[in-house]
Design a protein around this ligand. Structure first.
Ligand code: LMR
Length: 329
């Protein structure tokens, strides 16, 4: 190779590298409503690290935790408008979008254990449900776990009668509304970021959360009683704006899908441990009495709550409810 050709090739290579480096990274704004040390917050950070590393910086993930950018009613609209590119709302939050099927995950006492839950999420039924998001300009990438919920209030909650007249905060889900009414409580749909102050001011009396959400939002400081009921499940659908996602270079999308799958395995792995750790911290705080339902008490809760399945199956979609229950068997 003569000297001029060598210099030309060298300069072209340098310019090429400069151009690539100078190329702006693709930005994924990831908004969510929990703290960075809650299970979903940790999973978002884990995804950020994997995505930026595997794309060699061609993608930058900007995480906006704890409702700093959008509260949980605004975030879905922001995603559809393309103001953010990724969310991980609970499956309880898709009803206002007109996707009622996801509320199947809110049905009380539906999942006997995490194995049954994972069969649904990672199997054909989970994939079928994510496909329903396409009609709303959204693409479902994965399900991330959190956990089974406990109840909290400023009075002991041992039997269904104890809920009578209590204003109980719920996510905006008709199944959760029916659940609280079945217990004789008054459901109050409220965005997650407002719950602590509403408890502190006495605007609401109680909540239901996985222990990790209760603890990371410091709700145990303003709730004298927690009942480990495990009466329902809270988990997440990780979703992106379809136009943004389909507009990505194929090799970038492939890398992000790999990062998402690795993060899903991580999220499912840490969820159980994080919730156990949070419940232990609540007990050790000395601020809240923690009660675990006796078998007789749990039987009374089930008897009161299981009729919610028949009451809401038409709204959710009988095919969806039956498909989920077939997977669980
Ligand atoms: C809630 O509103 O209770 C949950 O959606 C919070 C969360 O875990 O996203």
């Amino acid at each position: 190779m003569n000297r001029f050709v060598f210099i030309f090739v060298l300069l072209a290579g340098l310019f090429g590298n400069y151009a690539a480096c100078a190329q702006e990274p693709i930005v994924i704004k990831f908004s969510h409503v929990v703290t960075s040390d809650a299970p979903k917050g940790k999973a978002a950070e884990y995804f950020k690290r994997l995505a930026e590393k595997s794309t060699q910086g061609k993608v930058r993930v900007e995480i906006y935790p704890n409702s700093v950018l959008y509260k949980d009613r605004e975030e879905l609209e922001a995603l559809q408008l393309g103001a953010v590119q990724m969310l991980a709302p609970t499956m309880a939050k898709f009803g206002p979008l007109g996707i009622k099927d996801f509320e199947v995950f809110d049905l009380p006492y539906l999942f006997p254990n995490k194995e049954a839950l994972r069969r649904v999420k990672h199997g054909p039924v989970g994939k079928m449900l994510l496909k329903k998001l396409q009609a709303k300009g959204l693409t479902g990438l994965a399900y991330w776990d959190n956990g089974f919920k406990v109840m909290s209030a400023n009075r002991p909650l041992k039997m269904p009668e104890d809920f009578k007249g209590l204003r109980m905060r719920i996510q905006d889900s008709r199944v959760l509304d029916a659940q609280m009414r079945a217990l004789g409580a008054i459901p109050e749909a409220m965005v997650f970021s407002d719950v602590y102050s509403a408890l502190q001011k006495g605007v609401i009396d109680g909540t239901e959360n996985p222990p990790s959400n209760l603890y990371t939002q410091r709700m145990h400081e303003v709730q004298k009683h927690v009942t480990v009921s495990n009466h329902g499940y809270l988990g997440y659908a990780v979703i992106v704006n379809t136009k943004f996602w389909n507009g990505l270079p194929a090799e970038i999308r492939d890398k992000l899908e790999e990062a998402m799958w690795e993060t899903t395995l991580y999220a499912d792995r840490i969820a159980e441990e994080e919730n156990a750790r949070a419940l232990d911290a609540v007990k050790r705080s000395g601020k809240t009495q923690v009660h675990t339902l006796t078998p007789a008490e749990a039987a009374a809760w089930r008897a009161r709550l299981l009729p919610v399945h028949a009451e809401l199956e038409t709204r959710i979609g009988k095919d969806t409810v039956n498909a989920v229950k077939r997977e669980i068997r």
